[in-house]
Ligand binder design. Structure first.
Ligand code: S3P
Length: 443
């Protein structure tokens, strides 16, 4: 346990870069390992989650080496070329690592055993087990499809057409990764579009992936199986989900002005920024450009008076990881914020719906859960804070409540800052460099 405390502070000022995108980093390691030849990745996130995926790909026979800070080299073995791992693979805290890797293994004729930390072992895997079994993989898991589990893949999985029962990029990606080994076209229909990093990166490595809108506003994605994936260098953009923390902190602290450089602005990831603008945030994307098939920009954020808004359920897939920090912004805003359709938050690294509501209440904010909706009554100023928050192996509520403490009347403590290392290892140092006061607590 590493207790941390965040004390109220003055304005945040400066220019920073946040670490590489977590979703894209996992995919770079996996697709680099499945491509033929050497891929060099710059800007890779060196967080615990991604390091677990790097170790997993090594255990499966790809050569994965760190050349310098955030620069990694992968010597891929080609689709179907991975080998049976000698030991259990431990994905730590990472749902993305676990679910995407299950898809990779489903396209290989051997058995691999997967496990994770207590948080990951509680999370539902049935959502990936179902389509992968339809493709011909065999999966033996604990009740509810939970880990530890064993996956026996197929040399030639069946190409299937699969309609996603939950809006999940992880499930979509697992099916696409298994579909790489399938003879023919694997099709996914997603009723609500989810992050499309897998589709973009598959194209970057030379696969044929077609995407079409469905009449109902969803997407149909088709992957032509058994492509030659060719090694292709990549630059990973900064993670918009990590940039969300300094961005909201700057909005809440009067007099702040910060620039966050090189942030990914894939439209399927920017729901938070749309919402903050609706709340009155002075937030601009400048220097828009492209890196490795993904749109990137510098974010310029200035302190702003925020007002409560209603966030529609349809927006949830475009900002699914950002509700904890949006709830913090809502607590400081004037008026009520209603966030709809948050059922998926119950099965993240922790039950985030409960974590947000409990944490806000402890900080003196009125918040309630109604069905799958979260309703926050904004203070229209500085709420009390002054609470100790239980992290429950979940990085995003941990960082969110540290941001709360920066702008509240009284400091906020978290019982364990260690989970922050899964996605944003230098969080406290980076924030303190802008003017925050995050320090070790409990001594
Ligand atoms: C991710 C997808 C999301 C997100 C997670 C990363 C990905 O999960 O919450 O942090 O990289 O595909 P779901 O697709 O399960 O909603």
């Amino acid at each position: 346990m590493r207790p941390l405390r965040s004390r109220p502070t003055g304005p945040l000022v400066g220019r920073i870069a946040v670490p590489g995108d977590k979703s894209i980093s996992h995919r770079a390691l996996m697709l680099g390992g499945l491509a033929v030849g050497r891929t060099r990745v710059e800007g890779l996130l060196e967080g615990e989650d991604v390091l677990r995926t790097a170790a997993a790909m090594r255990a499966l026979g790809a050569a994965v080496e760190r050349e310098a800070a955030s620069v990694w080299r992968i010597d891929g073995v080609g689709i179907g070329g991975l080998a049976e791992p000698a030991d259990v693979i431990d994905l730590g805290n990472s749902g993305t690592g676990a679910r995407l890797l299950m898809g990779v293994i489903a396209g290989h004729p051997f058995t691999a055993f997967l496990t994770g930390d207590p948080s990951l072992r509680r999370r539902p895997m049935a959502r990936v087990v179902a389509p992968l079994e339809r493709m011909g993989a065999r999966i033996l898991a604990r009740s509810g499809g939970r880990m530890p589990l064993a996956v026996t893949g197929a040399a030639e999985p069946l190409p299937i057409a699969y309609t996603l029962p939950v809006a999940s990029a992880q499930v979509k990606s697992a099916v696409l990764l298994a579909g790489l080994s399938a003879p023919g076209v694997t099709t996914i229909i997603e009723p609500q579009p989810t992050r499309d990093h897998s589709e973009r990166m598959l194209r970057h490595f030379g696969a044929t992936v077609e995407t079409a809108e469905t009449a109902e506003g969803g997407r149909r994605i088709s992957l032509l199986g058994q492509p030659e994936l060719a090694a292709a260098d990549l630059r990973v953009p900064g993670d918009p989900s990590s940039a969300a923390f300094p961005a909201v902190a700057a909005l809440l602290l009067p007099g702040s002005e910060i620039t966050i450089t090189g942030v990914g602005i894939n439209p399927l990831r920017t729901g938070l920024y749309d919402t903050l603008r609706e709340m009155g945030a002075d937030l601009a994307f400048t220097e828009e450009r492209e890196a490795g098939g993904e749109p990137v920009a510098d974010l310029v954020v200035k302190a702003s008076r925020l007002e409560g808004v209603e966030v529609p359920a349809e927006r949830a897939p475009r900002m699914i990881d950002e509700y904890p920090i949006l709830a913090v912004a809502a607590a400081f805003a004037k008026g009520r914020t209603v966030m709809r359709g948050l059922g998926e938050l119950r099965v993240k690294e922790s039950d985030r719906l409960a974590a947000i509501a409990t944490g806000l209440a402890a900080c003196g904010v009125t918040a309630r859960i109604a069905g799958d909706d979260l309703i926050v009554e904004g203070a229209g100023g500085r709420p009390r804070g002054g609470a100790a928050i239980a992290t429950k192996l979940d990085h995003r509520p941990a960082m969110s409540f540290l941001v709360f403490g920066m702008a509240a009347q009284e400091a906020v403590a978290i019982d364990d800052g260690a989970p922050i290392d899964t996605s944003f290892p230098a969080f406290a140092a980076l924030m303190n460099g802008l003017g925050a006061k995050i320090e070790e607590a409990g001594r």
